[in-house]
Design a protein around this ligand. Sequence first.
Ligand code: ADP
Ligand code: MG
Length: 334
Amino acid sequence: MFGRDIGIDLGTANVLIHVKGKGIVLNEPSVVAIDTSTKRVLAVGDEAFRMVGRTPGNIVATRPLKDGVIADFDTTESMLKHFLNKINVKGMFVKPRILICCPTNITSVEQKAIREAAEKSGGKNIYLEEEPKVAAVGAGMDIYQPSGNMVVDIGGGTTDVAVLSMGDIVTASSIKIAGDRFDNDILSYIKKKYKLLIGERTAEEIKKTVGTVFPDGRDEEMDIRGRDMVSGLPQTVTVKSEEVRSALEESIYHIVQASRNVLEKTPPELSADIIDRGIILTGGGAYLHGIDQLLAQELKVPVFVAEEPMNCVAIGTGIMLENLDRINQRKLKI
Ligand code: ADP
Ligand code: MG
């Protein structure tokens, strides 16, 4: 592999790696399967994901960054090393520069540890960057001008809302309500209404296939299977879009509220820019049916879904690394 610059989106649900000149070369779930008796890592990424909810007692499939903080550092480190080895960073002729985009809430000790893990895996200069900034850049926003840009990134573990201007975050908020919470809301609803136990993956499937958050936005249904809590036997029920909407209502309200708070704290000149340009949605949650319509209605601002919302951060790392060159060149000239 030839690329010299590597960008990593270390997400709570998915890890993406972008290599200069090649584009996105890796896209796998941030899951690690561990044998609890020996503490050995058995599988990482796609392979570990297939084990979620299907492991015997001594094996656990965990998501080390689940809530947007590093719950288990050793596992995060193993995962990062595994992915970097997979794209053969150590075999590169010239040691690459690596830009890692990590959750906004991690501590400086965790940042240092991430840096070290990337260095051990063959990186030379390691840069860390805040996720909403990179997401905005990857969504095509020119955040370096003195004007307001607003991005709402709905991932697996966290929703990050930020207003950016002149290359920096002006106002921001991060809440732990995002895709995972939606899945859980659906799971709880099905349990309460139908006395049926379903897995997280089934809940996610419902969210994607028939889910909506906008009233009258979608009218579909799907049959789902689970375990009847009364008889203990497998059972099938039919779930409708409107049911999913009501199950997600409260969580979505929190996302609207977080966005509203950020807008309220934004200086008026920048607010005016946002009214003109609109808000951009990134992350997998941007695919949630009706989320753009609902936010536009509640916030009275145009809302757009980014092109390839789940790839924005990875694409953004590529652009930011190129900008780094330009900044360095400018410095050399002075
Ligand atoms: P992170 O950056 O935290 O790793 P991602 O941006 O990769 O998260 O998004 C993952 C989330 O997006 C998951 O919760 C997943 O269920 C959700 N998601 C993916 N596709 C869809 C879809 N079509 N509809 C609704 N949610 C989706
Ligand atoms: Mg993300």
